[in-house]
Design a binder for this molecule. Structure first.
Ligand SMILES: Cc1cc2nc3c(=O)[nH]c(=O)nc-3n(C[C@H](O)[C@H](O)[C@H](O)COP(=O)(O)OP(=O)(O)OC[C@H]3O[C@@H](n4cnc5c(N)ncnc54)[C@H](O)[C@@H]3O)c2cc1C
Length: 415
């Protein structure tokens, strides 16, 4: 255990000692050799429910150990179980931890990356006490209950209702595309609480118990084969008023807190040039590295991945300096999906039918998991088209895109 007034050097020594005692170090990065090791290249993890539960237990065990040693929520306020240290301490720990074999932490991405910051910003002290420590210690997992069959990009159109009943609210409606709902304990839900207000103004956020009577979770199978998402049905589910997030009818601001964290999380991982190492090896394997057209396309891909990586580094440098990143963050998610779509098109051209028929040849059909998963990235956390609107309007200052709620530009002409 370390003490909060340790210098960064002392903290580094304490963190290294903890990691050495509890995890194996990663082997030194080997040069990638075509045909060796796993040829798996996935966007979504494809696993059975049983495999998923076993992985989840292992991932939770690591978080618990880390939390109990004081490294689980380094920047969190001490009153809610955090260590109360600075972002510098957190960066030191994350950097050190990345050299070790850590069990899959993807299970906590939504709960800790999006829901917990929203609880910290908007929940009552009762709810903060009840959930924050448990979430960071992985005693419970959180999910995001925003999208509905008729409300995705236009989230404010959502129809799930919450009706007040004394000190409780009664929730009825349907959510969809809820990632990880099947292994989550709580969810952040946005409901309509006043149908007479303009649509952005009649919404309220709550924390709902995913195991409560009236919650039904049904898996949705995606085209890659697995079922990472769910439909979630709410039939008169009761939530206490002290589980409300923010003021009544101020749910839009609550949702924005979550969405800002979501886009930063998705875009922030998008700059690396990693998938290309495998692509260069593939091109050499097929003797295409002298083909001028292939070389030209590869150079284009390399340049785009590199630019995205520098752009991300610029945003991260701003965050480290305590500034708010601007256009870099808005474009990061677009760059991630655009680069990956271009990569998929390139792979399809090079591999042709080997992408759609499994011939058993190493490193060929395996790419189809990436190709089939990539459209999901284009949609999650704000579709490409919606992100372009945001960049157009908020970064470039272009006139607002006409939406379904906008006044028609021809309305006055019709008089
Ligand atoms: C991998 C993944 C994980 C997800 N996880 C979750 C989750 O955990 N919780 C959750 O609540 N939701 C989740 N979602 C749902 C996601 O938030 C929605 O799919 C997304 O908001 C888009 O909504 P929609 O699917 O209803 O599409 P729609 O909004 O109906 O869009 C359909 C098409 O119209 C286009 N379009 C829409 N509006 C405009 C506009 N104004 N201008 C131009 N074009 C427009 C879109 O770009 C798209 O091409 C997830 C989705 C994916 C793919």
């Amino acid at each position: 255990m370390y003490s909060p007034d340790m210098s960064p050097e002392e903290f580094t020594a304490a963190a290294t000692a903890f990691l050495d005692a509890n995890l194996e170090r990663k082997e030194a990065e080997k040069t990638f050799v075509w045909g060796e090791g796993s040829d798996k290249v996935n966007v979504f993890e494809e696993r059975t429910r049983q495999q998923e539960l076993e992985m989840l237990e292992e991932s939770k065990a690591w978080r618990r150990k880390k939390f109990d040693a004081g490294f689980g929520w380094i920047t969190g306020p001490t009153e809610y179980g955090g260590a109360g240290l600075t972002p510098v301490h957190e960066r030191i720990f994350n950097r050190l931890e990345s050299d070790y074999k850590v069990p899959n932490q993807g299970f906590f991405q939504i709960g800790l990356g999006m829901v917990a910051p929203t609880i910290l910003a908007h929940a009552s002290s009762t709810a903060k006490d009840a959930y924050l420590k448990k979430m960071w210690r992985a005693d419970i997992v959180g999910c995001q209950l925003f999208s509905e069959p008729g409300a995705g990009s236009d989230l404010a159109s959502l129809q799930t209702k919450a009706i007040r009943d004394g000190e409780e609210w009664i929730i009825t409606g349907q959510k969809v595309w809820t990632s990880g709902a099947h292994y989550s304990d709580i969810g952040e839900i946005i409901c309509r609480t006043d149908a007479d207000q303009p649509k952005h103004k009649g919404l309220t956020g709550f924390i709902v118990d995913m195991k409560a009577p009236g919650v039904e979770i049904r898996p949705l199978r995606q085209m890659t084969g697995g079922a990472s998402f769910n439909e979630v049905f709410f039939t008169e589910v009761r939530v206490r008023d002290d589980h409300r997030l923010g003021d009544v009818n101020n749910g839009w601001n609550v949702a924005l807190t979550t969405l800002m964290n979501e886009r930063a999380a998705i875009g922030g991982g998008g700059g690396g040039a990693d998938p290309l190492t495998r692509v260069y090896a593939m091109v050499r394997h097929y003797g295409l590295d002298k083909d001028p057209i292939v070389r030209d396309k590869l150079a284009d891909l390399y340049t785009r991945y590199r630019v995205a990586s520098y752009n991300n580094q610029r945003a991260m440098a701003k965050i480290r300096a305590g500034q708010t990143p601007g256009p870099e963050m808005s474009t990061a998610k677009m760059a991630l999906t655009d680069n990956q779509l271009r990569l998929c098109a390139f792979l399809s051209e090079v591999l042709g039918p080997k992408i759609v028929v499994d011939t058993g040849e190493w490193g060929t059909y395996a790419w189809n998991q990436l190709i089939l998963g990539t459209p999901g990235l284009r949609i999650a956390g704000g579709s490409d088209e919606v992100m372009r609107n945001i960049v157009g309007e908020r970064v470039l200052g272009l006139p607002k895109e006409p939406g379904i709620d906008s006044k028609s530009p021809f309305r006055d002409l019709a008089k």
